[in-house]
Ligand binder design. Structure first.
Ligand code: PLP
Length: 432
């Protein structure tokens, strides 16, 4: 047979999640993507070594820079997103932190919403400032004027999450992308909770996507992994990003002007940060991630179906003060959810309990199917008390701005039988 499916971008999402980026003909016709378990590659001859190191020839020399297994993964996620290039890293936090460093230098700022994963908030308000990069938080993320106030000549990106953690809040992505572009800066989105199956974020103007692939992309909860995807087409030479101008000058003769214009963000991320900060994803974990991604669309369909049923049940329970899930008509984000997430608005929801912290503790003790874990996006259902875990270390005021109260529990609804999930929550809540 002739292998064609790996490069056919007209194929459907589910077909591409199984085939994109992998040509068995280049790997002894192995049907599974091989794990290249080596630290380095034999270089061949002197001239080839020189070409590999000045990046004028594609190939692999040392696994901290690249690996053929990771190469398939990067091509696959780029295909699923409709992006021009992607990079795999050792964790979601590596993906996010290296992205920020690729965008901003000392003296620069990143404008970000306040409803972020706790690690991203800490990066922006505690860690990056030690290196001279300021995270400037947007006061009211539902008001475009507030974004305008947070942007100045030092701003190098707007950073949001497509579905906020843990409140599942949705911002008007298109309007924010337009504002970013009017100011000559990219919109960077953490798309972890949504995945490329639920939203085509590049179609709404995103320029860079970051993933904790640990979550839904893998789906099996066995690895930590991160991905960064570049749309391509953003003008990095508009005077705001001198680091890309000098990188272009340095590599235009070896990598080539056309290639650099398509993928310069990813090229610099790999050559500067992946290579010399060293957070590469092991090829074994790249393989596990690919295994998970083969079923992404099927799992996401079931996740969102279950999440809506669980959210509707919870909303009707007398012990519940509030359910935050954008798929519910009662959600302030319902209309935005319909626009941006027509297939369903994810499978994470947060609840507030009328009985406060004590009730939250009891629910955690009494659930039998939901596992008490900080992770999300596993095929299995998970539950956690955000204030004492994912958002630990933040002030009460900061947490509450992100929708994390003492009585808040975050649920990650899995793909089990929905009747079992509802029965589990019912018995835990009825006993309060
Ligand atoms: N982004 C979001 C939305 C997350 O929920 C997490 C982790 O929970 C991260 C990023 C960090 O990812 P990782 O744990 O893979 O480093």
């Amino acid at each position: 047979m002739s292998y064609e499916a790996y490069k056919d971008s007209s194929l459907g999402f589910t077909t591409r999640q199984l085939h994109a980026g992998y040509n068995p003909g280049e790997h002894y016709r192995s049907k599974a993507v091989p794990i290249y378990h080596t630290a380095a590659f034999e270089l061949g001859d002197f001239d080839r070594c020189t070409r590999l190191f000045d990046y004028s020839e594609e190939g692999h020399s040392y696994v901290r820079f690249s690996n053929p297994t990771n190469d398939v993964l990067e091509k696959r996620i780029a295909s699923l997103e409709g992006g021009s290039a992607a990079l795999s890293l050792s964790s979601g936090m590596a993906a996010i932190s290296n992205t920020f460093l690729n965008l901003a230098a000392a003296g620069d700022e990143i404008a970000a919403v306040q409803t972020l994963y706790g690690g991203s908030t800490t990066l922006l308000n505690k860690i990056l400032p030690e290196y001279g990069i300021r995270g400037r938080f947007i006061e009211d993320e539902n008001d475009i004027e507030s974004y305008k106030r947070a942007i100045n000549e030092k701003t190098k990106a707007i950073y949001i999450e497509s579905l906020g953690n843990p409140g599942m809040n949705i911002v008007d992505i298109e309007a924010i992308a337009n504002l970013a572009h009017e100011n000559g800066i990219p919109l960077v989105i953490d798309n972890t909770f949504a995945t490329p199956y639920l939203i085509k974020a590049f179609d709404y103007g995103a320029d860079i996507l970051c993933y904790s692939a640990t979550k839904y992309l893998a789906g099996h909860g066995t690895i930590i992994a991160g991905l960064v995807v570049e749309k391509g087409g953003f003008d990095w030479h508009n005077g705001k990003f001198p680091q890309f101008d000098s990188f272009y000058e340095e590599y235009k003769d070896s990598i080539g002007e056309e290639e650099l214009r398509k993928n310069i963000f990813t090229k610099r991320l790999r050559i500067r940060y992946l290579t010399d900060f060293g957070s590469h994803l092991s090829p074994t974990n790249a393989f596990y991630l690919l295994q998970g991604m083969e079923t992404l669309s099927l799992r996401m369909e079931r996740h969102v179906e279950n999440a809506l049923k669980v959210a509707q049940f919870l909303e009707s329970h007398p012990q519940i003060l509030q359910v935050s899930y954008p798929g519910l008509e009662s959600s302030p984000y319902y209309n935005l959810a319909k626009k941006y997430f027509p297939k369903g608005s994810g499978a994470i929801l947060s609840i507030r309990l009328k009985g406060g912290l004590e009730a939250a503790k009891k629910v955690l003790e009494r659930v039998r199917i939901f596992d008490y874990m900080v992770n999300v996006g596993d095929a299995k259902s998970l539950i956690v008390h955000s204030a004492t875990s994912t958002h630990f270390g933040q002030s009460k005021e900061q947490r509450e701005k992100a929708g994390v109260y003492d009585d808040t529990l975050r649920l990650s609804v899995g793909i089990e039988d929905s009747e079992d999930l509802i029965a589990d929550l019912r018995q835990a809540l009825d006993s309060l």
